[in-house]
Design a protein around this ligand. Structure first.
Ligand SMILES: *[C@@H]1O[C@H](CO)[C@@H](O)[C@H](O)[C@H]1NC(C)=O
Ligand SMILES: *[C@@H]1O[C@H](CO)[C@@H](O)[C@H](O)[C@H]1NC(C)=O
Ligand SMILES: *[C@@H]1O[C@H](CO)[C@@H](O)[C@H](O)[C@H]1NC(C)=O
Length: 116
């Protein structure tokens, strides 16, 4: 009688390529928080969502030079968005970041912008 022995290798967990949290620039300890905001978008079935985080927000102004932008994914399961800095950012007084969610996954991100 032949016994087939199956060996289950330990598959290395694929490093999360879902860029969940992103940082641009370096925060200097003398910098203050320009804005801290929770970005919350519920999931839409079978759809990826594209969301923009803009600084300053419409109808607001900002005169501080941005030193760092932090996007902190609040999901604990690596289904955060892919984040792209579209314009502005560190060194400028404005910034626009595009957040693209995975299909059928919502968004729960805290954005913090530092500057002086
Ligand atoms: C933070 O800012 C101060 C004042 O502009 C500067 O002297 C210092 O080198 C900066 N530190 C870092 C880590 O960039
Ligand atoms: C967003 O993340 C925070 C921190 O993990 C959690 O407390 C909150 O319930 C989340 N909100 C949603 C709608 O998932
Ligand atoms: C990740 O967690 C969030 C919040 O709990 C949930 O909405 C989302 O469906 C989860 N994603 C997966 C793939 O489980």
């Amino acid at each position: 009688m032949k016994v087939a022995v199956l060996i289950f290798g330990l598959c290395a967990i694929v490093a999360a390529t879902f860029a969940a949290s992103s940082t641009w620039g370096v925060r200097n300890e003398t910098d203050s928080v320009i804005i801290q905001q929770r970005l919350l978008y519920p999931a839409i079935a079978n759809k990826a969502q594209t969301v923009y985080f803009d600084l300053p927000a419409s109808k607001q102004s900002n005169s501080k030079i941005i030193s760092a932008i932090y996007l902190l994914d609040q999901f604990q399961n690596s289904t955060g968005p892919t984040n792209t800095l579209v314009w502005g950012g560190p060194g400028w007084t404005y910034a626009s970041v595009q957040l693209r969610t995975s299909t059928s996954i919502g968004l729960n991100v805290t954005a913090v912008v530092y500057g002086k």
